[in-house]
Design a protein around this ligand. Structure first.
Ligand SMILES: C[S@@+](CC[C@H](N)C(=O)[O-])C[C@H]1O[C@@H](n2cnc3c(N)ncnc32)[C@H](O)[C@@H]1O
Length: 200
């Protein structure tokens, strides 16, 4: 039976701006793990730009079928996965990763799940590794736009444990597990792309 690929319209909008930033950081990297890849559209669009990288897609198992449908239509030589990586159930995926990329996940995860993710990153990634995070963030406890404030309400209605994370809290918790903030990129539509490096 014909199966329809899941489609995330936001990926079409944000892929190019994200790609431009990733190009600043990924030329020397070799092995990237994508956390919470969703449909897999980011991986499929971006992996061909980084032939130096083996890009491994991960997400909860419920999303794997959709990712596989995308991979069937758009096979990429440097894509692997999808691997199962549910922060509540799974250990950190096996393999040597020097980069972790994630988009629009920290505000979906509860704060406890955020802390678990950071702890696993601190334990599992070698020094010099990069952690690149795209999404909406608050600064000094404030929304950066009315649209982000509305987005927060939508998130909370869906799951009260979700919510836009504070830039300061994310940075300080990641610092505790060995990551320094390298750069905070302003992105379209009131989003940010934060770049952390494992220094300790
Ligand atoms: C808003 S979607 C973002 C998907 C994709 N990165 C994008 O930008 O379109 C949030 C993702 O977080 C994942 N997610 C939610 N809870 C998770 C958990 N406990 N462990 C791992 N991933 C989780 C979902 O499966 C989903 O793919």
């Amino acid at each position: 039976m014909f199966e329809q690929k899941p489609y995330a319209p936001s990926c079409d909008k944000n892929t190019d701006p994200i790609l431009e930033v990733l190009k600043l950081y990924l030329p020397e990297q070799k092995s990237l793990l994508e956390f919470g890849a969703g449909t897999g559209q980011h991986a499929i669009a971006m992996a061909p730009h980084f032939p130096n990288i083996v890009w491994t897609i991960s997400d909860r198992e419920e999303n794997h079928k959709g990712i596989q449908l995308w991979l069937q239509d758009f096979p990429r030589v440097n894509l692997r996965g999808p691997l199962s990586f549910d922060i509540d159930r799974d250990t950190f995926p096996e393999g040597h990763f020097d980069t972790v990329f994630t988009a629009n996940t920290l505000h979906i995860l509860s704060w406890e799940q955020n802390l678990k993710l950071y702890s696993l990153l601190g334990e599992s990634l070698p020094n010099e590794s990069l952690f690149l995070v795209y999404g909406a963030f608050n600064y000094n406890g404030n929304f950066t736009s009315e649209s982000n404030q509305r987005f927060e309400q939508w998130l909370k209605n869906r799951d009260p444990k979700s919510g836009i994370r504070d830039f300061e809290s994310v940075s300080s918790e990641l610092f505790k597990v060995g990551f320094d903030l390298i750069r905070d990129h302003e992105m379209p539509a009131n989003n940010r792309l934060l770049v952390f490096k494992k220094c300790r």
